[in-house]
Design a protein. Structure first.
Length: 327
């Protein structure tokens, strides 16, 4: 204990005898005659050093909190395509009839695209999702581009204007096919509402827009004739239609983490605009690697419109798989 005390006293004396090179201060000492002497040392070096340290520390903290993060997810979505499409007959040659112009009724054909072997009919497909995050803010884009020809479809009904639908039985449909080309963009801006070790939840708002071009080549085993009329729809024909749409959407997205590697991503939006109602939902499982994530999920997209529009219903629903790369 004595040795420790002596060493401590010696250290204190040595430090007191040597002025610190950076920390210069004002201090007072009293001598034996009770007089006071003052020695002044400027703070400039200390202030400058502290200022630099604080600036670096603050900048480091801000950068850590607001560092921009990017992610890109190419994916494959294999949805069942269900669409009810209207084709105005009056735009067809000879009004869509098998006889002279003017004999066809003024109305529209309604067809449905089925899911049968559409994978073999794909001419083009590109699906890509991207996200940028800065602090609690985020922005995303999602792009879907699809073109498929020769899709199995059927004529459901004929709709004369201002008259009840005339159903077309399955027995009348022989080899009706459709071609579909769609470009779909979803853009959102979001804010982090919940963030902890287990869960992240973002609220967002944005827009979904694009276009849908469809063509039907119908082939029926008989003509469609209006009741009490000689006006008919030809047994065979081709019709095309195009529709652009833009809808505002709101929703939530995020993930729930089960462990270091496993998590459950989720997404839900709803909106309206050109469409009477549009909504999309996704739920999946994700596994984290050093370079990013692999995700497997089920996804559904729906757009509904008035029965007199070109596209009354358009739905994509099915499994998807993708890989997220972060940088």
């Amino acid at each position: 204990m004595a040795a420790f005390t002596n060493q401590e006293t010696t250290d204190m004396r040595l430090h007191a005898d040597k002025p610190l090179p950076l920390v210069k201060k004002i201090f007072s000492t009293s001598d034996s005659v009770g007089q006071f002497s003052k020695r002044k040392m400027p703070f400039s070096s200390l202030v400058k050093s502290m200022g630099v340290c604080l600036a670096v520390g603050a900048a480091t903290g801000v950068n850590a909190q607001t560092a921009t993060q990017f992610s890109l997810t190419p994916y494959i979505w294999l949805p069942t395509i269900n669409a009810n499409l209207n084709y105005p007959v009056s735009s067809l040659p000879n009004g869509g009839s098998g006889g002279p112009a003017g004999l066809a009724p003024d109305g529209s054909l309604n067809s449905e695209i089925g899911p049968n072997d559409y994978l073999s009919k794909l001419n083009f497909a590109l699906m890509l999702n991207g996200e940028v995050r800065r602090g609690p803010w985020s922005a995303t884009f999602d792009y879907i581009g699809i073109k498929a020809t020769g899709l199995g479809s059927r004529v459901n009904s004929f709709k004369p204007f201002d008259r009840p639908d005339i159903p077309v039985s399955n027995s009348l449909n022989t080899s009706t096919t459709s071609t579909i080309k769609t470009t779909l963009w979803t853009l959102t801006a979001g804010y982090e509402l919940i963030a902890n070790d287990r869960m992240r939840l973002d609220g967002f708002a944005g827009a979904r827009f694009g276009n849908l071009d469809t063509t039907i080549d119908w082939s029926l085993s008989g003509q469609i004739t209006l009741p009490n009329s000689d006006r008919v729809i030809a047994r065979q024909g081709t019709a095309s239609n195009s529709r652009s749409f833009s809808d505002g959407i709101v929703g939530v997205r995020g993930r729930y983490r089960f462990s270091e590697q496993w998590s459950m991503p989720y997404y839900l939006d709803v909106g309206a605009g050109t469409s009477q109602l549009t909504w999309q939902a996704m739920l999946g499982a994700s596994y984290t690697f050093g370079w990013g994530d692999v995700i497997v999920a089920y996804r559904h997209l729906s757009m509904s419109n008035d029965k007199n529009t070109a596209v009354t219903d358009f739905e994509l629903s099915g499994p998807m798989i993708g890989a997220t790369f972060r940088f």
